[in-house]
Design a protein around this ligand. Structure first.
Ligand SMILES: Cc1ncc(COP(=O)(O)O)c(C=O)c1O
Length: 422
């Protein structure tokens, strides 16, 4: 498709967009009396309008039924979480029994490492990407120390090559092979939060498994953004938050994946609680733990229903639209944004360097050479909600559910004004 940097062309793309009707299904913050141009779906997704009804339903059931709501609510609370399994499984490419919802992301990565980081004197190393998301770095360091290892010895970071902005799969695989039989775990971000790169999760999982290690994925920036096939890839485990592309609300619940091959192991080390016990025997209050034969066995507590309600609303929306349709629009809208950036680049003195490689989802990370924080402040004042990282990286993630092509065009015009007005 030959793009044009005009309002008419952007509006034509919107008119042809099968997903454009979903935009009205989201609440947009207002700046200067109009909807913002929202580029931070990679941080916190917008609120779907349908979410309110899901939360209201729980509030009503609680008001009118109190404790009886556990069994007699419209959607009974005692197995409410099971309603999320089918939708989550579809989004991450898993079987429903391989997923569960509980806690928050950092907590879940720790809990999953109880099962999948079991270092021995020989096999104790963890491979991750350099400059992983800080929480992941703290998880790995504290886990290594907890098991008596010096993080400097136990954690092996895969670096990018000098002068390059993205990791090469061959370098990650080579590092896995080099660490070889000392490797206990590969744990990486499936989509990197900073440069937006989608790692080759299939190849890395295969290499990690071939080396005899466990392989897990932090899918915070991947879920609801890129095609995932966790079951077929053979990953051991994964976890994700639901408040970014999944639009489930601030700080909301995390999903987990545990591959089927680990579900029937009676001796798997795991921290356990009563909600991981089979439903049939849970209320017999027996001292022996009788695990559910699914990823739900990793659940500890009875889940926070008021958190699950918005997540359920969001999953039903994803189910209706499907990842394939979202990804199809994403490819075009991100390419259009890239085109607009190149066009504006030609019209101003500053230069834009896109550091996101071709393996990408929604996000473009851009160095705005010659610009600084003042430009970011200008964009925010004009209703362009972006994310700024020092010294001058801007992260733009046009979520296909609610961003329009016209947004991309308008953003380009505002960016140009911001630079020319300096
Ligand atoms: C890649 C990645 N990992 C982990 C986290 C931590 O998430 P939480 O605060 O829900 O534990 C985030 C949060 O943005 C993230 O982007």
């Amino acid at each position: 498709m030959t793009f044009q940097n005009t309002l008419e062309f952007a509006q034509q793309l919107d008119a042809a967009d099968q997903l454009s009707k979903y935009r009205q299904g989201f609440h947009f913050p207002q700046v200067n009396g109009r909807d913002v141009i929202y580029f931070t779906g990679n941080s916190l997704g917008l609120q779907p309008k349908r979410t309110q009804a899901y939360v209201d339903e729980v509030m009503k059931d609680w008001r009118e039924l109190a404790v009886e709501g556990h069994f007699y609510a419209e959607k009974p609370w005692w197995d409410y979480h099971e309603r999320l399994a089918k939708g989550m499984a579809k989004v991450v490419g898993a079987r429903p029994k391989e997923v569960s919802v509980m806690n928050t992301l950092t907590v879940n990565l720790h809990l999953l490492m109880v099962s999948f980081y079991r270092p021995t004197a020989k096999r104790f190393k963890i491979i991750c990407e350099e400059k992983a998301f800080p929480s992941d770095q703290y998880i790995l360091q504290s886990q290594a120390r907890f098991h008596g290892w010096d993080p400097k010895e136990a954690i092996v970071e895969v670096k990018k090559r000098d002068g390059e902005h993205a990791w090469r799969t061959e370098d990650i695989v080579a590092k896995i092979n080099e660490v070889g039989d000392e490797l206990a775990l590969v744990l990486m971000g499936g989509v990197n939060y900073y440069n937006g790169q989608v790692l080759d999760m299939q190849a890395i999982t295969a290499a990690g498994k071939a080396a005899g290690a466990f392989v897990g994925w932090d899918l915070a920036h991947a879920v609801g953004n890129v095609k995932l096939q966790l079951h077929d890839w053979g990953a051991d485990f994964a976890a994700w938050c639901s408040y970014k592309y999944m639009n489930s609300g601030p700080g909301n619940a995390s999903g987990i994946f545990v591959h089927e091959r680990h579900l029937d192991k009676e001796d798997i080390p795991r921290f356990e609680g009563w909600w991981g016990n089979k439903k049939e025997t849970r209320f017999l209050m027996k001292p022996e733990f009788d695990p559910i034969a699914s990823a739900d066995a990793w659940q500890l507590s009875n889940p926070p229903i008021l958190s699950l309600a918005p997540y359920l609303a969001s999953l039903e929306l994803f189910d209706e639209v499907g990842m394939d349709a979202l990804i199809e629009k994403q490819r075009i809208i991100v390419a259009y944004l890239e085109f607009v950036l190149h066009e504006i680049d030609k019209q101003v003195d500053s230069t834009f360097e896109i550091i996101t490689p071709a393996e990408r989802g929604c996000q473009l990370s851009v160095f705005l050479h010659g610009e600084g924080r003042a430009l970011f402040d200008y964009l925010m004042k004009q209703g362009v909600i972006t994310d700024w990282r020092e010294p001058n990286v801007i992260r733009l993630a046009p979520a296909p559910f609610y961003c329009s092509y016209e947004d991309m065009y308008r953003f380009g015009q505002i960016l140009k004004q911001g630079i020319l007005n300096k």
